[in-house]
Design a protein around this ligand. Sequence first.
Ligand SMILES: Cc1cc2nc3c(=O)[nH]c(=O)nc-3n(C[C@H](O)[C@H](O)[C@H](O)COP(=O)(O)OP(=O)(O)OC[C@H]3O[C@@H](n4cnc5c(N)ncnc54)[C@H](O)[C@@H]3O)c2cc1C
Length: 338
Amino acid sequence: MIFKNISLKKYNTFGLDYNADCFISIKSEDEAISILKKRGSLKEPLFILGGGSNLLFTRDFHGTIIHPEIESIKIVDKTQDYAIVSTGAGVIWDDLVRWTVENGYGGLENLSQIPGMVGATPVQNIGAYGVEVKDTIEKVRAISLKDGSIREFSNEECMFAYRNSIFKGELKGKYLITNVSFRLTTYPLLNTIYGSLKEETEKLGPVSLITVRQAVINIRTTKLPDPVKVGNAGSFFKNPVVSESFALVLRQNWPKMPYYTDPSGDIKIAAGWLIDQCGWKAKRRGDAGVHENQALVIVNYGKATGEDILKLSEDIRESVLEKFGIELEREVEVILST
Ligand SMILES: Cc1cc2nc3c(=O)[nH]c(=O)nc-3n(C[C@H](O)[C@H](O)[C@H](O)COP(=O)(O)OP(=O)(O)OC[C@H]3O[C@@H](n4cnc5c(N)ncnc54)[C@H](O)[C@@H]3O)c2cc1C
């Protein structure tokens, strides 16, 4: 279905009211192929939009937005130990997580309540509570935006890293992901070591897929603003990765600075703490502000523009660089020019 001059307000979680010249919702892989084979007739540039929960538009989009609405969840292989679940790019991510938990498949429960759609999850290798989606992705099926050809990427070919993948790197904007297959366990292999997850889970009863999911939802609900109530895109910046020697130097100056070594051996510093130390928590500039509970989240209280939010984020970045010598990298993608 093709729409002209459509408002993107309900398609981005900052709630920014910019327009797109052309918007195509795609219901099947065949439809996507036939549209992309006639790419010459589409207004350029093309941009793929999922749930718009990791994006900041800063102006109207003078091109074509492609919005996958391919919805299906199917078990395509199952043994005693695992199930391969093939999922359309347009499935709401948390609907899939709920389905896996209800059906007794393990692996996604720690990633409960992350907004957005399945198709975007390999792009930035979503992660939360000690788990990244790369740990469960079996393969990613995608269509070339150039000529409509299909390509399947193995987990290795996706080149996953911390909030990163080949789809954010060398293949950025080159493929439309139509389907993601997950390898899930048929018996629980629960991971509650991160933060207060174990404690929160145990409050709910015996540790199970259901209680872990509920604990994650409970923690997230208290910490993060609901985009339906106040516009935001979750963590605006990534947690910076630093060398061990630099972390030690920082700890000499700021003994309370939290840092941790993740399973890959990287030392990460909590970006929210750095921002908080620069005095930004709960600061507000017009309708753009920093969330009162989590300094890593920039919010739109109503009428902020994308430019207002971007300017605030740049000022935050500058002050962290000045105070700590650390350059924060954005996790949210900013759409600047079209
Ligand atoms: C309250 C809140 C909490 C959040 N918490 C977390 C968290 O805990 N962990 C985390 O990792 N993220 C978190 N996020 C960020 C966000 O939810 C994820 O990055 C999510 O996967 C984005 O999905 P989306 O469908 O909204 O993608 P979009 O924002 O629409 O797109 C993101 C990028 O993916 C590309 N893309 C989207 N769909 C496709 C596709 N089918 N094919 C190819 N490219 C595509 C887009 O072009 C864009 O480059 C949070 C966001 C919010 C608002």
